[in-house]
Design a protein. Structure first.
Length: 257
């Protein structure tokens, strides 16, 4: 099995298999992630975790598949890439935060997939690589957008133009990764973040996630308007009523699933 989705109660876990090809992208992985995002529409789901069953998170596109696609027209190749981009859009636009738990490393579109998530935890000293240029290719799956948001321009150029890998430890120092640790702690670190999210106000978390993402794209004036409208709506809701009451009563809030 090259990928599977696990319904874990208050969270969904997507396991990337395909270990023989270092977790390279497969239609089954696309389907598992899409089903996870669909399932997350249910209010009991508070987080999605993306990780791997094999020793490597994701090696990106399978070059053998790309060789086969040379026989397609450019329009047909564009459609194939759009399928991948729809997956990235679904992750970014989904209703709950997504956590990447990176073991072994992430390369190409696998790095794009990890960087599209809201939280990233990774094995110590593993490499994130954008080696498209070595194959005469260019980045896809939103990689350049993610690198521009997360890294200084010179480092993004090193990764894309010189194919220099960047370790998880360096990304942690730059604030682009949330935590690193031994391989056997990667999943527990992701679960710990999911645990914290499950205790929070689901609607407010979803709105905050969308607002932070939008802040990279729009003007400060537009962002102020968005914050005004979101705050006016949130202040009249049940989550705010419970959160404010809990604060004033000096007790933990009890947000409904």
């Amino acid at each position: 099995m090259s990928a599977r989705m696990e319904d874990a109660g208050d969270r969904v876990i997507v396991w990337n298999g395909n270990a023989a090809r270092r977790g390279a992208l497969t239609p089954e992985l696309y389907d598992a992630i899409a089903r996870a995002v669909d399932l997350a529409q249910q209010r009991r789901i508070r987080a999605i975790i993306l990780t791997s069953e094999g020793p490597f998170f994701c090696a990106g596109g399978d070059l053998n598949v790309l060789i086969e696609r040379r026989t397609l027209s450019e329009a047909e190749r564009r459609d194939k890439i759009e399928d991948l981009h729809d997956l990235i859009r679904a992750i970014r636009a989904g209703p709950v935060p997504v956590i990447a738990a990176v073991k072994g490393g992430a390369a190409g579109a696998g790095a794009s997939l990890a960087l599209a998530c809201d939280f990233i935890v990774a094995e110590t000293a593993v490499k994130f690589t954008a080696a498209y240029v070595k194959a005469g290719l260019v980045p896809d799956a939103g990689l350049t957008a993610s690198l521009a948001r997360l890294l200084p321009r010179p480092l993004a150029m090193e990764m894309c133009l010189l194919a220099k890998p960047v370790t998880s430890d360096r990304l942690l120092a730059l604030g682009a990764v949330n935590a690193v640790g031994p391989e056997d702690q990667v999943i527990p670190m992701a679960q710990s973040i999911a645990d914290a999210l499950t205790q929070g106000p689901r609607d407010a978390l979803g709105v905050i996630r969308s607002m932070v993402a939008a802040a990279y794209e729009q003007t400060e004036a537009a962002q102020l308007d968005a914050e005004r409208d979101a705050m006016a709506h949130a202040a009249g809701g049940d989550e705010a009523a419970e959160g404010i009451a809990a604060f004033l009563e000096k007790r933990p809030p009890r947000f409904r699933a």
